[in-house]
Write a protein that binds this ligand. Structure first.
Ligand SMILES: NC(=O)c1ccc[n+]([C@@H]2O[C@H](COP(=O)([O-])OP(=O)(O)OC[C@H]3O[C@@H](n4cnc5c(N)ncnc54)[C@H](O)[C@@H]3O)[C@@H](O)[C@H]2O)c1
Ligand SMILES: CC(C)[C@@H](O)CC[C@@H](C)[C@H]1CC[C@H]2[C@@H]3[C@H](O)C=C4C[C@@H](O)CC[C@]4(C)[C@H]3CC[C@]12C
Length: 368
């Protein structure tokens, strides 16, 4: 919990605070933001773990709400000094409609912006995504790029489209006058593939491997690099930006920052095996076991099955045309913009991040 040495005067709001990233942001704020007086956690689905947070010196206020409902957002934002907006539908598996993804990720973000303007909240940090940049629809690699690397960010899938639109809204809102006459200061953080305690996709891979007798089968060439970043470092970057945004508004306002740490560059599957291997799984094959055209066919078949089964059940496998294309396209970042602009250094080393994630996988139900 925060050290009470400093004046506890600030009110923070974290939207999506019960999600995979959101929970880490909430816990990081309580541990490392000594100026916190109240921490508001706004989410469609509140977690039971919130109760344990209410015993400390910081007032923790759980708010069950929907970012698509402007009045609910405005009520939650009113009186907050800082808003960290992580709430969103992270759906690349066809679980929800494109309209719903847009309504939550874009309209929901617009509602957060308007709530800040109408109620006088001056600092807004938005959790964007690497997918605002790519991989693009042409499957062009983004190899150890940074925030200024030229790249044709053209998307068709509802999720990256919604993240790109929402990020644009946030950055364009920088400088708008809020209630009280002062300017709104915004910035957007772009995590690459986040991993760590609570990562649902990692859990899905683990269970898939258990079902296949402790084996996973390589589908993507080992040469395809995918950027990954530990959830604790992403949370730390959010806390740091929230702390520095006021003093460095001229430099940081309206800026985007990739989230990065010292996690190694590997293929998505090889990177996952850093955690699943020590938990008893084995990745079969030094090369993809199927030709790419067969994977494309299977991905298309999954899309057809999802459509046919929709009246009966939700069928949303990991493999679909979009996830295959993303997995099969190199996308890695190499930047120090966050360090240069607000002194960011990863809080957790690669070794610590790996150890923490392995320990978490070992607690996942069904683990050996
Ligand atoms: N997971 C990643 O690899 C990754 C990478 C880059 C960016 N991001 C971004 O980080 C953010 C959090 O992602 P995550 O992986 O923690 O996802 P998550 O699904 O675990 O968390 C999202 C949270 O938002 C909440 N939410 C969804 N719709 C809502 C609504 N209408 N109103 C209020 N709350 C709502 C959910 O209940 C959930 O708690 C998202 O904006 C996502 O785009 C995630
Ligand atoms: C079935 C195989 C082809 C298997 O390798 C598919 C992996 C696939 C499910 C993941 C590969 C890359 C992931 C995405 C990437 O890490 C970045 C993302 C941005 C973030 O904002 C949301 C999550 C995601 C889209 C992430 C989703 C899973 C992958 C597509």
């Amino acid at each position: 919990m925060a050290d009470s040495a400093e004046t506890q005067e600030l009110v923070y709001l974290v939207t999506g605070g019960c999600g995979f990233l959101g929970e880490h942001v909430v816990r990081m704020l309580l541990q490392r933001e000594p100026r916190l007086r109240e921490l508001r956690i706004f989410d469609l689905h509140l977690g039971p773990w919130l109760e344990e947070l209410k015993t400390g010196p910081v007032q923790v206020t759980a708010i069950q709400g929907d970012v698509t409902q402007a009045h609910e957002v405005a009520a939650a934002v009113a009186g907050a000094h800082v808003v960290i907006h992580t709430a969103g539908l992270v759906d690349v598996f066809g679980k929800t409609s494109p309209e719903t993804i847009h309504e939550v990720n874009v309209q929901g973000t617009q509602n957060v912006i308007e709530a800040c303007v109408q109620t006088g909240t001056r600092f807004l940090i938005y959790t964007s995504s690497m997918e605002v940049v790519g991989p693009n629809i042409k499957g062009q690699p983004f190899y150890r790029g940074n925030e200024n690397t030229p790249y044709e960010a053209v998307h068709r899938h509802p999720y990256p489209c919604s993240k790109a639109l929402a990020e644009q809204l946030v950055l364009e809102a920088n400088g708008r006058e809020v209630l009280g006459g002062l300017p709104l200061v915004t910035c957007a953080l772009r995590p690459t593939g986040i991993y760590g305690e609570g990562h649902q996709i990692m859990r899905d891979f683990y269970h898939q491997g258990l079902r296949l007798g402790g084996r996973l089968f390589r589908a993507i060439p080992a040469s395809v690099e995918h950027g990954r970043v530990y959830v604790g470092n992403v949370a730390w970057m959010h806390v740091l930006v929230a702390r520095e945004l006021e003093h460095r508004a001229a430099l940081m306002g309206g800026q985007v920052y990739f989230c990065y740490d010292n996690s190694p560059y590997k293929s998505y599957e090889d990177f996952n095996m850093e955690f699943l291997g020590p938990c008893g799984l084995r990745l079969v094959g030094t090369r993809p076991l199927m030709p790419y055209w067969l994977l494309v066919l299977l991905a298309a078949l999954n899309t057809l099955l999802q459509w046919l089964l929709r009246p009966l059940m939700l069928y949303a496998p990991l493999l679909n045309p979009y996830t295959l294309a993303v997995a099969n396209t190199t996308f890695t970042v190499s930047t120090d913009k966050a360090r240069r602009h607000f002194g960011y250094e990863p809080l957790f080393s690669w070794e610590e991040s790996r150890t923490r994630t392995i320990r978490w996988v070992q607690t996942v139900e069904g683990s050996a």
